[in-house]
Design a protein. Structure first.
Length: 344
């Protein structure tokens, strides 16, 4: 299950062949330009999907008009249509408009010799109010421990291990398959508390390589599940440098697990949990747990690898009353002792 998103079967190959050829060519040129400036493949694919939807809309509702000739009224009507007919969230609408705005900027900056009088208009149309659509799943310590215990009892040590890695490192779903077995050698434990990857791993960020970071995992809570999974692998002769190797037709191969498997596992975790599970909720869990254990926000920031301290507040699911309770009691301000990483 995880986050529920409104999906629409809008684009087909047949419809794309009917779209304005100038729009298709302009879009392809724009995507080629993005590759030349090292935008990530995921970003380029997202832009392509947005453009295909827009080209089909123009075909069906705007006389297949060329992008260069669109008016502000055309863009306003498109926004209204997406919100009312496609049932898009305001956040998705903003993201798609960002794609069209980037295309407009490309035309103005790069194709100015071909379209001298072109003026970007996308940002002239006010965005819809940004409202939260997802109901955030906030996992308690008991829920996370319950999931870990359940999958260990079922003998599904790979599932328990990946849950533990997400819960005790705070890494994103896409980053979990990039961990190697060797990262969890005892020699990579620092301060007796943290596994520190001996090399940087690719994380979310601009460019085809994203942001390369050293990743940290709380050793004490993670190691039992790592050991269970490694013992299982040894017994079943599963050999791979990757902690979570890909499985094809019942056989493991020496490649990292793909995102489709993680999505399927998230569905499985949701059914057991009885509410929506998504791996990102464990990023919140990690941040919140570290904070509750007394780690300062700047240390949490360094553990996760955020550029801004503000991100700690975004991921810390602690309300004001709980925060106040840490510092106030019996009419006085309490003295708080910061905990060490080894206490986690």
């Amino acid at each position: 299950m995880g986050r529920k998103i409104q999906h629409n079967n809008i684009v087909t190959d047949e419809l794309l062949t009917q779209c304005n050829k100038e729009n298709i060519e302009l879009g392809n040129d724009f995507l080629d330009y993005l590759r030349s400036v090292d935008r990530s493949p995921n970003t380029i694919n997202a832009y392509r999907r947005d453009l295909y939807i827009f080209w089909v809309y123009l075909l069906q509702h705007c006389d297949n008009k060329f992008f260069i000739n669109l008016s502000k009224r055309d863009i306003a009507r498109y926004q209204s249509f997406c919100l009312t007919e496609y049932k898009w969230s305001p956040a998705r609408m903003r993201r798609v408009k960002s794609t069209l705005s980037s295309l407009s900027n490309y035309v103005e900056a790069i194709l100015d010799d071909e379209y001298e009088n072109f003026k970007p208009i996308i940002r002239k149309i006010e965005n819809p109010a940004n409202e939260k659509v997802f109901t955030k799943t906030v996992l308690s310590d008991e829920q996370v421990q319950g999931m870990l215990d359940y999958w260990v009892e079922k003998g599904k040590y790979d599932k328990a291990c990946i849950l533990a890695l997400a819960a005790f490192s705070g890494r994103r779903k896409s980053e979990l398959p990039r961990f190697k077995v060797s990262y969890f050698d005892d020699e990579n434990i620092i301060y007796g508390s943290l596994y520190k990857t001996p090399e940087k791993i690719q994380t979310k960020g601009r460019g085809s390589r994203g942001k390369m970071l050293v990743a940290y995992t709380l050793a004490k809570p993670f190691k039992p599940y790592f050991d269970l999974w490694m013992n299982y692998r040894k017994e079943h002769r599963i050999e791979s440098e990757w902690l979570f190797p890909k499985k094809i037709n019942g056989e493991y191969i020496d490649e990292p697990m793909d995102s489709g498997t993680l999505d399927s596992w998230a569905d499985t975790f949701s059914k057991h949990l009885g509410e929506d599970f998504y791996f990102h909720s464990l990023r919140h869990f990690f941040t919140t747990s570290c904070s509750r254990s007394g780690l300062p926000d700047d240390v949490i920031q360094m553990l996760v690898g955020w550029n801004s301290l503000d991100m700690v507040a975004v991921y810390k699911d602690i309300d004001a009353d709980e925060q106040f309770a840490k510092y106030f009691a019996d009419g006085e301000i309490k003295k708080i002792e910061q905990k060490a990483l080894s206490d986690l």
